[in-house]
Design a protein around this ligand. Structure first.
Ligand code: PMP
Length: 325
């Protein structure tokens, strides 16, 4: 669907997958005026196709659009775009356990104009790709790498927006993580460097022995993860205390040593929840790389995936059916 400053959103269409035509001076190519979302379509046992909290993705896309000076797409148009895709490509939603169709909506500035100002011509697109189980062969704890040199966002920056530029900046530290045998990179806040922000593509949680679950607060520099929010609700449903606040690396280390912190996990649409065995950095390791997955980690993961795949009642009304108008 196209947007121009004169006509607003218009020209909605479904076309076969193929290259996009972009002028070499299109704003997105020079100034990274681009935002995106990521969500999944799940096939339930009766064959029907559902997605998880798409209104939240739609609202986050609106917040990202505001930050990147892009036009707002309505929640209804966002959800309609997912339904239109599934109407054509529903057969691509796999049915094997833990598989899904990953859906990638994105918006780009495509005005041909080299001056630095918001584009007056924009395109919104949705593509999709079948996704296998994130953990083939069972959920295995991961080690994560602490980036001491780079941060992902600073105060007033684009950290809370889901824009391509944030990911461009995280590629080098993410590569550093891989080189050290770690699956993900962990960033400290960009302002003081003293507390934990989030990972390259996931939020982080700590489970404590006093019936409390804690996670970094939404400081404006981290992405407001929809999995994060859902986990907080599930923890509250279970009568746990939840704390959203600044958390330091020292608190992690000391919490493990004293037994106050019993489990650490990370979360996002792709993996749902991944248990964390250890944090590594230059010169130190916190935790034990061979540690087993935590009990609560696995139990919350099961509850979330059971809701997504329709195996237990959807008591929060989190699911939206995609394969009917
Ligand atoms: N943080 C970042 C930087 C991410 O890219 C993602 C994945 N969208 C998340 C957190 C987790 O967000 P969600 O649970 O909405 O997938």
């Amino acid at each position: 669907i196209d947007w121009t400053i004169q006509d607003g959103w218009h020209n909605a269409s479904v076309v076969p997958y193929g290259p996009l035509q972009l002028d070499p001076s299109a704003a997105v190519l020079h100034y990274a005026q681009e935002i995106f979302e990521g969500l999944k379509a799940y096939r339930h046992e009766d064959g029907s196709i559902w997605t998880f909290r798409p209104e939240e993705n739609a609202k986050r896309l609106q917040r990202s659009a505001h930050r990147l000076a892009l036009p707002e797409l309505s929640v209804d148009d966002f959800i309609e775009s997912l339904k239109q895709l599934i109407a054509i490509d529903g057969a691509w939603v796999p049915s094997a356990p833990e598989t899904s169709l990953y859906i990638r909506p994105f918006m780009i500035a495509n005005e041909s104009f080299l001056g630095v100002r918001p584009s007056q011509k924009v395109g919104y697109y949705v593509i999709a790709s079948p996704a296998g189980a994130y953990f083939s062969g069972g959920v295995a704890p991961i080690s994560i790498w602490l980036s001491t040199e780079y941060s992902r966002a600073g105060r007033g920056g684009t950290g809370a927006a889901k824009c391509g530029g944030n990911y461009a900046a995280s590629l080098l530290p993410q590569q550093e993580a891989y080189e050290h045998g770690c699956a993900q990179v962990l960033f400290l806040d960009g302002e003081t460097g003293s507390h934990i922000d989030e990972l390259g593509g996931m939020n982080i949680f700590f489970v404590r022995s006093d019936n409390t679950i804690m996670t970094p607060r939404l400081s404006g520099t981290i992405l407001e993860g929809i999995t994060r929010d859902s986990i907080l609700q599930i923890a509250r449903d279970r009568g746990m205390e939840v704390e959203e606040r600044d958390i330091t690396i020292d608190e992690w280390r000391e919490g493990l040593e004293s037994g106050l912190i019993t489990e650490v996990f990370v979360c996002g649409t792709a993996a749902v929840i991944a248990p964390v065995a250890a944090l590594k950095s230059d010169g130190f390791t916190i935790g034990d790389e061979n540690a087993a997955a935590g009990e609560l980690t696995m139990s919350i993961r099961k509850e979330l995936t059971d809701i997504q795949y329709g195996r237990i009642p959807d008591r929060h009304g989190w699911l939206t059916r995609l394969d009917e108008p």
